[in-house]
Design a protein around this ligand. Structure first.
Ligand SMILES: [Zn+2]
Length: 193
């Protein structure tokens, strides 16, 4: 009887701590491996680190959740142009509010606005506009670094492709928003003299 219950205990414990594990590279079942190295291909893994092995033998190779800090850096570079576009409209509304009338092209000139809130918003907008090109440059540099790393590390290919695709979509999105606001809003007409 004792023997039977002894055999049960490690099994139920194992379900919580030793969930299914498969090799990242060859998808070999790592459940019974006694070392932190895949028996099949020799790739090492860390049982405590989810990103070093797979939970399922099938399915996409790497989940979007496996984007590294550098991947997220490249994506977050786009917060600057989007904030800049938002501040363009916001600043115009604040100037309208402080001025008591709608600011139109050259009347008043953005440089001659005196309201405290208007000046603060204009400063924030100019700073963001100034940072837009450097942030896009940083994004390109990080993407290039990730591309090189993807060449040397097999499991980085998929996160790189996801990041690259996301960045391209964000770039197109910001470009479309910019051209729309230049064409259709009075804020850009006033602020971009
Ligand atoms: Zn393997």
């Amino acid at each position: 009887m004792n023997v039977g219950s002894d055999q049960q205990t490690p099994k139920t414990h194992g379900q919580a701590s030793e969930r299914a594990r498969f090799c990242l590279k060859c998808r070999y079942d790592l459940k019974d491996s006694t070392t932190n190295r895949c028996v099949e291909c020799g790739r090492t893994f860390d049982p405590g680190d989810d990103s070093t092995f797979r939970r399922k033998a099938t399915g996409p190779h790497v989940r979007p959740g496996n984007l590294s800090r550098l991947d997220w850096t490249a994506i977050s570079c786009f917060s600057i142009p989007y904030l800049m576009l938002a501040f363009m409209q916001f600043t115009w509304l604040v100037v309208w509010f402080e001025l008591g009338r709608q600011p139109i092209y050259n009347n008043p000139d953005p440089k001659q606005v005196t309201g405290v809130m208007s000046r603060a918003c204009l400063f924030a907008f100019e700073t963001l506009a100034w940072l837009t090109l450097p942030s896009l440059g940083l994004c390109v540099v990080v993407l290039l670094v990730q591309m090189v790393r993807a060449f040397t590390r097999y499991e980085r290919v998929k996160p790189f492709v996801i990041t690259l695709f996301t960045c391209i979509m964000l770039f197109i999105g910001s470009y479309v928003l910019l051209s729309l606001s230049v064409q259709f809003t009075k804020a850009s007409e006033w602020i971009l003299d």
